[in-house]
Design a binder for this molecule. Structure first.
Ligand code: CIR
Length: 256
């Protein structure tokens, strides 16, 4: 059960952020509209939202998920794996500090993006990626252990189609893991009931359970249908402009 979320409005220079996909230049106005609809959806799910102003120093800063790992037992600030995003953590520190009594951190030479971390009811999957290095993942595992959680590492460095672990998997509760076909054979997922996402719909594998709803990207009828069939009440959101910048639904908020 989540009660709160933090989001940051995209800046006018949003299109200057990083991307590996070739889907065209995002439209700022449409991105702001989609972002506002996203915040509204979180409110509809019962969350209180802290909306941060756009920060033009960091074109990717609307993807707040990468700056922290928030658990029920505390906040861990990350250390993003690309230099252009490092300052985003200092920019959000006071906000997180005002909401959590104590804060832990990932220190150099560790790097970690929040998009690599997937929580499944007290167990955390930690993605080793081109953003999150072994030292960052090791430090996070230690912090989570200190909070009483367990974790397991998944190496996604060989997977060229995803940026972060959570680009390919989402835990949506009831022991159900949504997982892109390419990762579905991973032994660590054996105990879960898997919803497999075909290569054609793989962008939609990044969906988020928020209380009674599952937020899912528009344009992926098979997954949306399967979620509905399983009684999840999908809340469908247009994400086109964020997809152009390698961002998915989870990246746009920190939920706690
Ligand atoms: C980046 O490359 O860092 C951003 N353009 C996209 C970050 C997406 N974040 C996420 O999946 N958690």
């Amino acid at each position: 059960m989540f009660r709160n979320a933090i989001v940051r409005i995209p800046g006018t220079n949003f299109a200057e952020g990083l991307t590996t996909v070739d889907l065209g230049v995002p439209c700022y106005e449409t991105a702001v509209e989609q972002h506002s609809r996203y915040s509204k959806a979180l409110k509809e799910c019962g969350l209180t939202i802290t909306i941060l102003d756009a920060d033009l120093r960091y074109p990717d800063s609307t993807f707040v998920e990468d700056t922290a790992v928030l658990t029920q037992r505390g906040a861990i600030l990350t250390r993003p794996g690309v230099p252009s995003r490092e300052g985003e953590v200092a920019a959000i520190r006071d906000t997180i500090g005002s909401l959590f009594p104590s804060i832990m951190e990932i220190d150099a030479p560790g790097t970690l993006d929040g998009g690599d971390i997937c929580e499944a009811e007290g167990h955390f999957f930690l993605g080793l990626s081109h953003r999150s290095n072994e030292e960052g993942v090791r430090q996070l595992a230690t912090h989570l252990d200190a909070q009483g959680y367990t974790s397991a590492v998944i190496d996604v460095r060989g997977m060229t189609s995803i940026l972060h672990l959570k680009s390919g998997i989402s835990y949506i509760g009831n022991n159900i893991m949504v997982v892109m076909e390419e990762m579905a054979g991973n032994e660590l997922f054996r105990k879960y009931d898997l919803i497999r996402v075909s290569a054609k719909e793989s962008y939609a594998a990044n969906c988020i359970r928020v209380n009674e709803r599952v937020l899912v990207a528009a344009g992926y009828p098979k997954l949306i249908g399967e979620l509905a069939d399983r009684g999840f009440h999908p809340l469908v959101l247009e994400m086109s402009e964020f997809q152009k910048m390698d961002g998915g639904l989870s990246c746009l908020s920190l939920r706690f």
